[in-house]
Design a protein around this ligand. Structure first.
Ligand SMILES: Nc1ncnc2c1ncn2[C@@H]1O[C@H](COP(=O)(O)OP(=O)(O)OP(=O)(O)O)[C@@H](O)[C@H]1O
Length: 580
């Protein structure tokens, strides 16, 4: 951490140089009032105080206090301003990193943990480079200046004797260092787990209630909070111990100093003014030592947070490096004997996948639940490392060769779980293409069969949909997501079971619209309802990760396999529904 901080400080030499300069000046100035007091008392004791030099003493006293005030303001503001800038820089950096990491990374880290890294960990880092830096510069320079001035203006013997307990303090801190580090990390991880629990509770509160699990969850949460409390208590004990040891030893230092200076006065080696000044210096030194004891705690907290942020910044998602090939149209997609295994699984999920899809065609992907349909889509989206067994080619080139952002820009993806932002309906749709005009917006909404729904909403497109779209229906969420993909006019549209929550009539209308507006573009429709792919050019039947059948819907019906049986069952269900 210190190395990284040092590099950051070197990148901002003016700011940190100014802060250090004014901190040192301020520490020096802080000693002046005390020097004046010492002179003042000695003048009284010697009977040398005149109204003239009293005026001078008071003026210097006042001026030095004003100067301390101004220098303190300058350096504290400079330093803390920079620490806030550091925090926002770190937030931007980590956010960018998170945006670039893909699925395998997000499978390793939990949301609560990432939130803790983005919030309190970055706050602690800012505190360390701001407040921590301030503690070091001010207290170290202060302690050194006090010791020097004590030696010069009072008694070097008394100063040396008084400083001895401080050496002991340094040794105790050194012994406790590792233990405190472990405690901070432990405490921080428990808080991160707690954040995760809260996030899951907020997401799942309705299910918890529906299953009558409120009490059980409450008890579980209480246990977690008790664990956090226990960890925090351990920390409090150590933090408190360090502070109390600092107090005890500074008290000891004062006692030794006073006893010894009493002895020096009896020997005529010290004046009363020097004794009083010495006592004030000792008080100031205690302040500096308490400040230094705070550094231990700020540093440890910062160090733990630094490790967490660094781990995130260094994280790899094990995906291959981005390709350099640019792409402005998807004309042909080819899977050749492609196999895929999830990094966490022991068996292959996709087996010998082989098919070709040309521009303008619609591909249907159907099959039993858990057979591997979504996994197949994920390969095109490059959410996982491309397998080395078999190939995926786009326009005749390996998919890995393309610049991912360019490729993603040509795809409109509607995932199974709809991800909506807690903004307006309009914002969520426009997210697909910020530059779309009103006509394009209306077209996308119409094609997603969403126009009537919007006309029924109180604020139309300006209607707020709540967090994750909580205030609109499942079917509406799906259509907002479809409109968002359509407004993009993507070369490749992928609907991954995206019509499961709409009725058969609405599904028919959306599929017809897509066929009409996307004649020269490519579509992949993953579905459980065969009616959605009845007019596809080609349909893949996936079974246990392999293509069990493929062909046009008519060919598949003729071959009387799984597609035929499923088609007949679904037709009967439709008839039964119509009779109700
Ligand atoms: N991230 C993952 N890590 C490990 N295994 C996974 C992961 N995602 C899916 N699987 C496994 O891969 C297999 C195929 O899952 P996939 O989601 O592709 O099926 P699917 O055909 O789309 O299912 P459904 O129709 O229910 O959506 C399943 O056995 C599933 O448990």
């Amino acid at each position: 951490m210190l190395k990284t901080f040092w590099q950051y400080i070197k990148q901002h030499p003016v700011i940190y140089g100014l802060a250090t300069f004014f901190a040192i000046v301020s520490s020096g100035l802080t000693l002046i009032p005390n020097l004046i007091i010492q002179r003042f008392i000695d003048a009284i004791v010697d009977g040398a105080l005149t109204s003239e030099n009293l005026g001078i003493i008071l003026s210097i006293f006042l001026i030095s206090i004003i100067c301390i005030f101004i220098t303190d303001i300058i350096w504290v503001m400079t330093l803390f301003g920079q620490s806030y800038r550091y925090q926002s820089e770190m937030r931007r950096k980590t956010y960018k990193k998170l945006l670039n990491l893909r699925t395998p990374f997000y499978e390793r880290f939990r949301s609560g943990d990432l939130m803790t890294r983005m919030t309190s960990d970055i706050d602690y880092l800012g505190d360390t480079i701001g407040y921590g830096f301030m503690l070091i510069v001010s207290n170290v320079t202060w302690a050194i200046s006090i010791l020097i001035i004590m030696i010069i203006t009072t008694s070097w013997k008394a100063a040396t004797v008084s400083a001895l307990p401080l050496v002991l303090f340094g040794y105790i801190v050194y012994r406790l260092w590792k233990k405190i580090d472990v405690l901070y990390e432990d405490n921080r991880d428990t808080v991160a787990k707690l954040s995760n629990e809260v996030l899951e509770m907020v997401d799942g509160v309705r299910v918890m209630r529906a299953y009558g699990k409120k009490k059980l969850e409450q008890t579980r949460f209480e246990k977690r909070t008790a664990a956090v409390l226990k960890k925090a208590n351990n920390l409090v004990v150590y933090n408190g111990a360090i502070n109390q040891i600092a107090k005890l030893l500074t008290g000891l230092s004062t006692a030794i100093g006073l006893t010894y200076s009493g002895y020096l006065i009896s020997q005529g080696q010290m004046t009363i003014g020097q004794l009083i000044a010495f006592q004030i210096y000792l008080g100031m030194l205690s302040g500096a030592i308490w400040g230094l004891s705070d550094i231990v705690l700020v540093y440890q907290q910062g160090n733990v947070s630094f490790r967490k942020i660094d781990e995130l910044l260094q994280a790899e998602d094990q995906l291959e490096k981005n390709g350099e090939e640019t792409i402005d149209a998807i004309n042909d997609i080819q899977f050749n004997q492609y196999m895929f295994q999830y990094p966490t699984n022991e068996t292959t999920t996709l087996k010998q996948i082989e098919f070709e899809l040309k521009r303008g065609e619609t591909l249907g992907i159907v099959g039993k639940t858990g057979s591997g349909k979504t996994t197949l889509i994920r390969q095109l989206l490059r959410q996982y490392p491309v397998s080395e067994t078999g190939t995926i080619k786009i326009n005749g080139r390996f998919i890995q060769e393309y610049d991912m952002e360019k490729l993603e820009g040509l795809i409109g993806y509607v995932p199974q779980e709809h991800i909506l932002f807690s903004k307006t309906v309009g914002h969520n749709i426009r997210f697909g293409n910020r530059h779309a005009d009103e006509i394009e917006m209306a077209e996308a909404i119409e094609s997603a069969n969403f126009t009537t729904d919007i006309s029924h909403m109180a604020d139309g497109l300006e209607t707020l949909i709540g967090e994750k779209g909580v205030s609109i229906s499942g079917g509406q969420k799906q259509r907002v997501s479809i409109a968002r993909a359509l407004i993009r006019k993507p070369d490749l549209l992928i609907l991954d079971d995206s019509l499961s929550a709409v009725d058969a009539k609405t599904e028919r209308a959306i599929i017809d619209n897509i066929r009409t507006i996307r004649q020269d573009k490519t579509n992949i429709i993953v579905t459980h309802r065969l009616s959605a792919v009845a007019e596809a050019d080609k349909v893949l039947i996936i079974d246990d990760g392999a293509i069990a059948e493929q062909g046009s819907p008519q060919e598949l019906l003729r071959s009387k396999g799984w597609y035929y049986t499923q088609y007949m069952t679904q037709q009967m269900e439709v008839k039964e529904d119509d009779n109700i």
